[in-house]
Design a protein around this ligand. Structure first.
Ligand code: MG
Ligand code: ZN
Length: 529
């Protein structure tokens, strides 16, 4: 930056080349790990450092997150929304997109309901290109907070319209259901056939719209290219791109890990979407603003699904690895990696179950004594077993719910869980998992079981709020003693989240220490101007 100013003074560099970003940051890249509190970073770090077969063995057991945090500035951000203790993703995104306090579940409005101007909108006004990338729905709360203004996060049909009128250059993620007309739900309709054709038959065609607007047509009229598969994404060459690769979320982390080298995979990974977005956005001499959301960390954490969450953290770290590699030799780019809140209140914890055997130690202090701690402090092998999960709890229960009703027994659930995870459950434990408020099961030797017989649902049900998905939380509770894992809630906590800022020190030094989501948004907006 200093060199550039000197060059301008002596007239070596033409003013027109540098004026676009002289004094300001040219490119701002924000990575949001939704629900990624210090606990989630802890899970990633334990796996990277200690899993005997960690995929980071060839990378000096160092995550990209660790590298970025060491080379940049690491702070802590508290996340609460206006007048409440705990935030949701909508209020939090609104706050860090605008620097203004917002109310629960609002999108792009301040605490009084006034429209908030976002960092993305300011960047666009400055002539920068803009992009929003997510592995959830493009219209989901986190991306919405940057480019929509609605009373409630659930208005995803309206959010899609806002995003188009905001002219975000690159929109990549899932959630086709909010962009296609209601009439597409008629499987014999022309529009259903047309959409099936456009999507190469690999995306579920079902609309959540209440009207007949075809936002894909409207996007094309505004100059967007469309992509629905990895192949179409790779082939697109325009400066404006709308990519919708699934009905709702795109690939979860387990699916990404299991298909990373699969040439037949039709859905792009979050990293592939990010690489494509950068290749488009970097063409603009004025620079760009881009937000990439690793949004399924939060979904995994709501489910208390440790294996799924680990793979989501690995997915996030792959994105950070690519972005840091892209930016590392530049002096005009700011990278921010942080979260909107923590989800689940996760932790590895020591227990009284499965106590380790005592063993002899060579040191003189232990001469004649055995090393035998009183509790089970967890073993490194557990980390490999967590990694080896082959389906999310949500997918396991989808398989279970797809069985004929008479076959939806505890024994059937145990078979599914035990074939997709390394933490086997018994039929009696499976029965406890099925004891939700809505369900009652007859188990030989136990009689009828329901929520009434399982205290966890009764005592904590106010914090496990997602109906039948409470089964995921109950499964986590049942396997906890094998995994050395505990979960506090099925919703969010207000634990302050780590924030890493990398880029010119004059900017990143502000991110040090304890800050609020609205603070760092202001730093990012100032940095650009
Ligand atoms: Mg989100
Ligand atoms: Zn959440």
């Amino acid at each position: 930056m200093i060199l550039r100013k000197v060059a301008m003074l002596i007239g070596v560099v033409a003013l027109s080349v540098t004026s676009a970003y002289a004094g300001g940051i040219k490119n701002i890249i924000v990575v949001i790990g939704d629900g990624m509190g210090p606990q989630q970073i802890g899970l990633l770090n334990s796996y990277v450092k200690h899993a005997p077969n960690s995929i980071y063995k060839d990378k000096n057991r160092r995550s990209a997150w660790e590298s970025l945090s060491k080379d940049g500035v690491l702070g802590l951000a508290y996340t609460d929304a206006a007048n409440v203790l705990v935030t949701d993703s909508a209020a939090s995104a609104t706050q860090f997109a605008s620097g203004k306090m917002s109310g629960s579940e609002m999108i792009g409005a301040d605490v009084d309901g006034h429209r908030t101007e976002t960092v993305l909108e300011i960047a666009a006004k400055m002539g920068k290109s803009t992009g929003l990338i997510t592995d959830t729905r493009v219209t989901h709360a986190t991306p919405a907070g940057f480019a929509a203004h609605q009373t409630h996060r659930s208005k995803e049909n309206e959010i899609a319209l806002d995003m188009l009128s905001n002219k975000v250059d690159v929109l990549l993620g899932g959630g086709l259901r909010h962009w296609i007309p209601k009439g597409a739900n008629d499987k014999s309709s022309n529009i259903h056939a047309q959409l099936t054709d456009m999507t190469d038959g690999v995306v579920r065609i079902k609309s959540k719209r209440k009207d007949e607007r075809n936002l894909l047509d409207e996007a094309q009229a505004k100059g967007y290219q469309l992509a629905f598969t990895k192949e179409q994404l790779n082939a697109s060459a325009g400066d404006k791109l709308l990519g919708l690769f699934s009905y709702s979320q795109t690939l979860n982390g387990i699916e990404e890990s299991m298909t990373s080298k699969n040439v037949d995979r039709t859905v792009p990974t979050l990293r592939e979407m990010t690489e494509k977005a950068v290749s488009i956005l970097e063409r603009n001499d004025e620079g760009f603003f881009m937000m990439v959301e690793s949004g399924l960390i939060d979904w995994a954490a709501h489910d208390n699904d440790t294996g799924y969450m680990l793979h989501e953290m690995l997915k996030m770290d792959g994105v950070v690895e690519y972005l840091y590699d892209w930016a590392k030799d530049r002096d005009d780019t700011l990278i921010i990696v942080t979260a909107d809140h923590e989800t689940g209140g996760f932790g590895f914890s020591y227990s009284r179950s499965n106590l380790p055997e005592g063993r002899d130690l060579p040191g003189e202090v232990f001469e004649g004594s055995t090393f035998k701690p009183n509790y089970n402090f967890g073993s490194y092998e557990t980390l490999d077993k967590i990694y080896q999960q082959t389906a999310s709890y949500a997918d396991i229960f989808s398989l279970f719910d797809a069985l004929p009703v008479v076959e939806q027994t505890p024994a059937a659930l145990a078979i599914l869980v035990n074939s997709h995870t390394r933490f086997a459950i018994t039929e009696a434990e499976a029965a406890r998992v099925l004891e939700t408020e809505d369900n009652e099961y007859f188990v030989e030797g136990h009689g009828y079981l329901s929520a009434k017989t399982f205290p966890k649902v009764n005592e904590f049900k106010e914090f496990f709020v997602y109906g039948n998905e409470v089964r995921h939380n109950l499964l986590a509770s049942v396997v906890g003693k094998q995994q050395n894992t505990v979960w506090a809630t099925g919703t969010h906590t207000n634990t302050p989240v780590p924030i890493v800022a990398w880029g010119p020190e004059s900017v990143t030094s502000q991110f040090n220490g304890l800050i609020h989501t609205t603070d760092w948004a202001k730093f990012a907006i100032q940095a650009m101007q």
